[in-house]
Design a protein around this ligand. Structure first.
Ligand code: GLN
Length: 284
């Protein structure tokens, strides 16, 4: 016998089921909107239609999504989208779920670019394209290139670029390899949110649904940051800058890496929790 689901479930009852499953109200609202095929910005609709009935299929989908969320799958993968810097991005498990903290890096990049006209910008390890697209959306005059080693991630990024009609140029390969291959001229700004989590970080199990290659780096999480910092000066114009996101406790190590790579005027930016989350420097 199938389990005895209630025959009819209202929006109000569905929200209750979700919260009884121990999930935050916002998560439950987003999953319910997605299950009933409404845009995710219509949370007010749920309140004004709390007696609307779900179809059996909507209820089944909602319950399946609740179970996946309880298992730690990011909301962005379940709904297929995420807001980042005012843009709606399509997200799949091929890319990292863009974090609000990464908007700090975008804000810093936009500050740096304020004085530059038609700047040339490079985003390394673009994933869903979040950083590159956010910069391009704010600076239509910029020429933005974005690199990723994962073809699957690049498909997501390209689709986002097309959907948002933003002319970011996508390159496949590892860090600067496709930049060298395409013989691209030096940039005003290079940005990156590379993998920076230590292989033994005890938070990793919580992130198990996201691509490991976008999260984890060897040498205490600093290997990829080191590779990027070493190679970046050869791809920057005089006075050009490299801005990196890194772990909450890596600022000192990243500053040392940047100095050794020849960067000057090392500076930092804090994330929403007040940790130094981004560091960068300038080449002379
Ligand atoms: N900020 C992410 C986290 O700590 C990691 C992103 C990354 O490794 N680039 O979950």
């Amino acid at each position: 016998m199938p389990t005895a689901l209630p025959v009819t479930v209202t929006v109000a009852r569905a929200l209750q089921i979700g919260q009884q499953a121990g999930l935050p109200r916002l998560d439950v609202q987003l999953l319910l909107l997605h299950s009933i095929g409404r845009p995710l910005d219509q949370r007010a609709w749920l309140i004004s239609h709390d007696d609307a009935l779900l179809t059996q299929q909507q209820l089944k989908q909602f319950e399946a999504l609740l179970a996946q969320r309880q298992d730690g799958v990011p909301i962005a993968y379940l709904t297929g989208q995420k807001e980042f810097f005012g843009l709606t991005l399509q997200i799949t498990p091929a890319t990292l779920d863009p974090r609000p903290d990464t908007e700090t890096l975008v804000e810093w990049a936009l500050d740096v670019l304020q004085s530059a006209q038609q700047p040339r910008v490079l985003d390394l390890g673009t994933g869903s394209g979040a950083i590159a697209l956010a910069i391009q959306s704010q600076r239509p005059d910029a020429q933005v290139w974005a690199v990723d080693q994962s073809q699957d991630a690049l498909q997501v990024a390209k689709a986002n670029g097309a959907q948002l009609a933003l002319p970011v140029q996508w390159l496949h390969g590892s860090w600067f390899e496709p930049v060298v291959a395409a013989q691209l001229a030096p940039f005003d700004l290079i940005v990156s949110n590379p993998p920076y989590i230590r292989p033994d970080d005890h938070h990793l199990p919580q992130l198990r649904h996201e691509p490991l290659q976008a999260l984890v780096s060897s040498q205490q999480g600093l290997h990829d940051i080191g590779v990027i910092a070493q190679a970046a000066p050869a791809h920057l114009k005089p006075g050009g800058m490299l801005l990196l996101e890194h772990g909450w406790d890596q600022a000192q190590d990243v500053a040392t890496i940047l100095q050794r790579a020849g960067f000057k005027h090392i500076a930092h930016r804090h994330d929403l929790a007040g940790h130094i989350r981004c560091s960068g420097g300038r080449v002379s």
